[in-house]
Design a protein around this ligand. Structure first.
Ligand code: NAD
Length: 475
């Protein structure tokens, strides 16, 4: 199978092709068109030409098209999640029940929102000030390889619904479902050129896109290193940067132990641990630490690891051999740094014959981790948990904040005052109290410090996809 670029509603062949590989089997799934300067120029030109008529399309009509696209995705969940699972190794139970259905929700939600964009008025004795919100123009949307379809639609939906046009560049490691998204958008009746999809590698396709002078806004999700590079390359553009994380999951001795345990397991091991909001540093109060560690390891050892297409599988393979080597490198480092390996480790886990060539690593738990160790500071982006004991509330806050990152955080306590105090004190874009990460599409999603800048979701998406203009009328 060959996957081509989608530019101005047409399939455009590549000058070269790269392979996308099933991380569970190493089978080549497709040859994908490689993009560079030339394809980016063509895609941006198409998006620029499509912008004026699309921006002038009445919002209710754009909303109808967004809803139609949402319906097409919802009708295609089985096929899309199968493809997403093959391309990423994310278990089908998660792509089929959560991630792909949420992509359809993104279009339904922003269909509702785009007809409700309102403004502000600031009347004075002499002037009537009011705001208009205009679409920005051509937007560059860049996605990572983990949960690629959900992330792409989280960008495409507000971008298009608010009247912008887009060039979408997916990760070279997982481009398949986005290619299908481009086709579904055309099928829904979205005019050619409004959504263009260019495939390729970061340096070849991503960099010319973010540098392009006709690109007015960048919505980027990916690593902190790439985010920093893009900010340097982009020049004066609007941008939102959704970057890496090393989120603290703080459990006090008065927490609901069983619920906290369930959520802690979920937040580090779901999506293969390849999750930006993973609760990868689990801070546990000293008095319950030993019991928690024992139960957590028991649960980690019971997680079924295997063929991601099997709906009983909880943990699938890492995205690529290179990423597997990185995760294994951190496991090796953890032992050298003096953390206690409680389960998992470097031994190749047993998996079914069909997926024996997969990039598997066993769910791994390190105990007695010192927060200054590299395994506690760096984003590992795999199923590797660090358990860190703490004595009291001030120490929990200090450790939680002793990180370059600030994406998500989790606090477990039955003490209501403490819940509010700690939630306020943690330096992160999001804090979930007595809860795992539950996404409400209205909430501001994003991080602080090295986890990024800007927020998306609900009216927060105005920040990147709409340009406010003040009109002052003399009375
Ligand atoms: P990455 O930064 O390597 O790549 C992300 C995307 O950027 C890819 O499409 C890549 O081709 C492109 N790219 C690379 N170099 C580029 C350049 N110079 N110019 C333009 N584009 C370029 O990240 P990844 O390894 O694909 O994804 C994993 C990272 O994403 C993790 O750090 C994870 O935490 C983060 N992430 C963050 C969120 C969030 O919402 N904060 C969500 C998911 C993933």
């Amino acid at each position: 199978m060959r996957i081509e670029h989608l530019i101005n509603g047409k399939r455009v062949t590549g000058r070269d092709y790269f392979e996308t590989v099933n991380p569970a089997t190493q089978e080549v799934l497709a040859e994908v068109a490689g993009g560079g300067e030339e394809e980016v120029q063509a895609a941006v030109a198409a998006a620029k030409a499509a912008f004026p008529p699309w921006a002038a399309t009445p919002a209710p009509q754009r909303a109808r098209l967004m809803r139609r696209l949402g319906e097409l995705i919802a009708a295609d969940v089985a096929q899309l999640s199968h493809t997403e699972t093959q391309d990423t190794g994310q278990p089908i139970a998660q792509t089929g029940k959560q991630l792909v259905p949420r992509a359809a929700d993104n279009f339904h939600y922003f269909a509702e929102m785009c007809v409700r964009v309102d403004g502000h008025t600031y009347p004075t004795e002499t002037h009537l000030n009011y705001t208009l919100f205009h679409p920005v123009g051509v937007c560059a949307l860049i996605s990572p390889w983990n949960v690629p379809f959900m992330t792409a639609t989280w960008k495409v939906a507000p971008c298009l619904a608010f009247g912008n046009t887009a060039v979408l560049k997916m990760s070279e490691l997982s481009p398949l479902t986005a290619a299908r998204l481009g086709e579904l958008a055309l099928e829904a009746g979205i005019p050619p050129g409004v959504l263009n999809v260019v495939h390729g590698f970061g340096r070849q396709a991503g960099e010319p896109l973010v540098r392009h002078p006709d690109v007015r806004a960048i919505s980027f999700t990916g690593s902190t290193a790439t985010g920093n590079r893009i900010v340097r390359e982009a020049g004066l553009k609007k941008f939102s940067m959704e970057l890496g994380g090393k989120s603290p999951f703080v459990i006090f001795e008065d927490a609901d132990f069983e619920r906290a345990l369930d959520a802690a397991v979920f937040m580090i091991f779901s999506n293969n641990g390849e999750r930006c909001t993973a609760g990868s540093r689990i801070l546990v109060q000293q008095s319950i630490y030993r019991e928690f560690a024992r139960r957590f390891v028991e649960r980690a050892n019971r997680l079924s690891l295997g063929d991601p297409l099997d709906d009983k599988t909880i943990i699938g393979p890492m995205i690529s051999p290179a990423h597997l080597a990185k995760v294994r490198g951190y496991i090796e480092l953890g032992a050298r740094e003096g953390a206690t390996l409680l389960c998992g480790g470097l031994e190749a886990p047993a998996v079914p014959e069909r997926v024996r060539k997969g990039n598997y690593v066993a769910p791994t738990v390190f105990g007695d981790v010192d927060n200054r160790m590299k395994i506690a500071q760096d984003e590992i982006f795999g199923p590797v948990a660090c358990l860190i004991p703490f004595t009291d509330e001030p120490e929990a806050i200090r450790i939680a904040n002793d990180t370059a990152y600030g994406l998500s955080s989790y606090v477990w306590t039955e003490n209501i005052g403490r819940a509010h105090r700690v939630a306020a004190a943690i330096e992160a874009g999001m804090c979930f109290v007595n809860s795992q990460n539950v996404r409400d599409l209205r909430q501001p999603f994003g991080g602080t410090k090295a986890s990024g800048t800007g927020r998306e979701g609900g009216t927060w998406s105005y920040e990147v996809f709409l340009e406010p203009k003040n009109v002052a009328l003399s009375l």
